[in-house]
Design a binder for this molecule. Structure first.
Ligand SMILES: [Zn+2]
Length: 312
């Protein structure tokens, strides 16, 4: 999307990612489901037009792409909110693509996330800041320097084919300029349809950096490849979340925030919830004299099929 189109619309979609809060030992499964549902509904009430959801195993806290892990909180969210539901097809880097796509294939959400390239993935930088962990796997996961997040052309094609039949559209997660070129390949093949919802991701170890020049370069490249056929959004990881949100909002972009991407609300202060980060994103947008988009406005901007088309 060009900056001028964005300005004319003057709409932004704060978006939220949801992880479990880590304040309960051995939670009852129902608690976990309700926590995720509450986090999503609270984020929507704070101004998020779209909620992007992962599921977790209630005992171990590990990512769980079993559709049955999603069902309970999806039902609650649908009852309580009109927000756009966006399900992950990323899951975790250790999972195969057919496992990753299963929840979205079954529930047919309006949006599913899709990683646009294979990449190194490393969270080991976080070990300097976090020393205590609730679960054993967490430290091992953060220590791992051998993660390749596989998203080959074949994998991407598989997700596109599986989900396009259901009317699900995509949040194309682009961690580097190469991922924009990969998306352009699928556009040229006619396998993806504009308006493309392009989520440019900054500051994750293995992806592009979080310098303003990186943001500008991704934006320029997307503009050149897609012209007015895309809707631009940014995700800054960790402490980059809000500075990049502010920069992109001023340039006509949309914002994604949430605890999946950053644990912070301010330098040295951890966020209490996804909703708190949504409120901060909203302040940025409203501080610029713009308005946040409602979920229905986001549906229009992204040409989504409608909240009644989910099979939940
Ligand atoms: Zn995600």
């Amino acid at each position: 999307m060009s900056a001028s189109t964005a300005r004319k619309r003057a709409k932004h979609e704060p978006q939220s990612h949801h992880h479990l809060r880590r304040d309960r030992r051995d939670p009852h499964p129902l608690d976990v489901e309700e926590e995720i549902a509450d986090a999503a509904v609270d984020a929507a009430e704070a101004g998020a037009a779209i909620v992007h959801l992962h599921a977790r195993n209630p005992k171990t806290g590990q990512p769980d792409q079993g559709p049955e892990a999603f069902a309970p909180f999806l039902k609650i969210i649908k009852q309580r909110s009109n927000c756009v539901i966006n399900l992950t097809t990323g899951g975790a880097p250790t999972m195969k693509v057919d496992e990753r796509v299963r929840p979205a294939a079954l529930y047919k959400p309006e949006v599913a996330s899709l990683n646009m390239g294979s990449m190194n993935f490393g969270f080991f930088g976080m070990l300097n800041r976090f020393k205590n962990f609730e679960h054993d796997w967490e430290r091992k996961h953060l220590e791992n320097k051998d993660i390749v997040f596989r998203n080959t052309f074949q994998d991407i094609e598989y997700v596109l084919k599986t989900l396009s039949e259901t009317g699900t559209r995509f949040e194309f997660e682009c961690y580097d300029t190469a991922h924009l070129y990969n998306l352009n390949y699928f556009l040229e093949q006619g396998m993806v349809k504009p308006p493309l919802f392009v989520q440019t991701v900054f500051g994750l170890q293995g992806g592009t950096g979080a310098h303003p020049e990186d943001v500008l370069h991704m934006k320029r490249t997307a503009d050149r490849l897609f012209g007015d056929r895309f809707v631009w959004s940014v995700l800054g990881a960790g402490r980059n979340q809000l500075p990049i949100a502010a920069m992109a909002a001023a340039m006509g972009g949309n914002i994604r925030v949430g605890l999946e991407d950053s644990l912070w609300a301010a330098p040295g202060r951890m966020a209490a919830s996804n909703a708190e980060q949504v409120q901060l994103a909203r302040k940025i947008i409203e501080g610029l004299g713009l308005e946040v988009a409602t979920s229905d406005e986001a549906r229009e901007i992204l040409d989504l099929k409608g909240g009644d088309k989910l099979e939940v």
